[in-house]
Design a protein around this ligand. Sequence first.
Ligand SMILES: Cc1ncc(COP(=O)(O)O)c(C=O)c1O
Length: 486
Amino acid sequence: MNNEKDSKVIFDNLLFEIHALENHSRKLEFDSSERNKIADESKEYINKYLEVLPGLKAFTKNDLTELKAIKVEDNGKPFEQLLSILQNEVDQAGINSASGRHLGYIPGGGIWSSAIADFLAAAANRYAGISYSSPGAVIIENQLIKWLCSIIGYPASAHGNLTSGGSTANLTAIQVARDSFGINAGNVRRSTIYFTAQAHHSIQKAFHTTGLHEAIQRIIPMNSNFQMDVSALNEKITQDKNEGLNPFLVIASAGTTDIGAIDQLDLIADICSRYNLWFHVDAAYGGFFMLVDELKEKFKGIERSDSVVMDPHKSLFLPYGSGTVLIRDRNKLLASYSHNAAYMQDSLDSDELNPADCGIELSKHFRGLRLWLPLHLHGLDVFRANLQEKILLAQYFYRSIKEMGFETGPTPELSVVLFRLPAEEKNQLNKNLLNALLEDGRCFFSSTLINNEFWIRCAILSFRTHLAEIDLALQMIKENVVKINK
Ligand SMILES: Cc1ncc(COP(=O)(O)O)c(C=O)c1O
């Protein structure tokens, strides 16, 4: 009897606590008036920001005192306070990567329609990892992958994965290459990989993560256009084969970060098929220029590769967080990433490939929507026009800066131009110029070292960069040359 009474008391207490916690927990769901207020304030903030953006500096140094002082506390803070920190200490410090005057590194995009897609995807929170969970989300992602494969010219057997960016995409491709060739602890030290010094450093990170840093890395020399020297590649592979080594992977670039060089993909494909090697192309920056008919020829041979990386957050102007890896033979992708677990047994079979079987992520952001919505909303033409415009702007900048007496790198293959002041003490002088440009901040430039020589880079890829921004950049360079010579 007593036991029954105790049990009832325990049960009542339990219910009392659950009700009390529920009252509190429910506060995580804003009601519609709170949602409207925050959404309106956010919308107004972004609208104002986009209105003033063309006049904002592209690079700003700022003390982030309020941001550094803020602490996570038991009670919430007013939205206005948080938005104000975002406005003053996040969106106005460092490189303004939303600005059309961002001309450094590889500029990102940030089209508004994609931001809205992120909002919709996150608020509805569809689980895009497996078809059983969200068949619609998975169809969207798989349709996009098919479309991306069609840009490359891959066969129907190809598939891929929408990743967080180019680094994770390169990592995925390199892992699939490693697995397909059975590279393991027993043979890695006599296995060889070929690439140039222009390969992006995410490739080195991928080697490290996949254990391929223990393989033999052959840095192939380049020709005067910073393309892989194909004869040198052929020679090195032959030599390695003759020495009993195990060549298995060639990594080419279709748009290098430094200067936008595109390797001779068709010739490299010949070599890879002759020796039966995995042919990977890093087209993270350059890939979407293939949408422009006139530029397609430059990428000839990419359709013969085994894997490709291309980043919608670069040459499709999406906000950061969007890369793509495409693998010619989907079975190889699945062999690396498809795994089962008892707790996944309820996932019904589906005709669709599950994104979770095609990459490292299980739970993942429904990032397909941030690409799907803009593509359908705007149509492809406007993306093409933007890409073509950036190519022409790069040619315009290249000619203009030359006319201003600057030394330049190679004629731009895509939309990156290298330039520097000619002088005896070139490196120091150009470092001084870059510092003056950063101090000025109206446009943002970055620099690089080519054969240990300092070059300033003008990378044109923001969808907000038009002729006015490039004219301002040229004017600003002129003014700062005068300044450093005073
Ligand atoms: C050619 C190339 N590959 C890979 C990457 C890495 O991409 P992410 O920064 O998206 O990881 C970059 C970044 O600029 C790049 O230019």
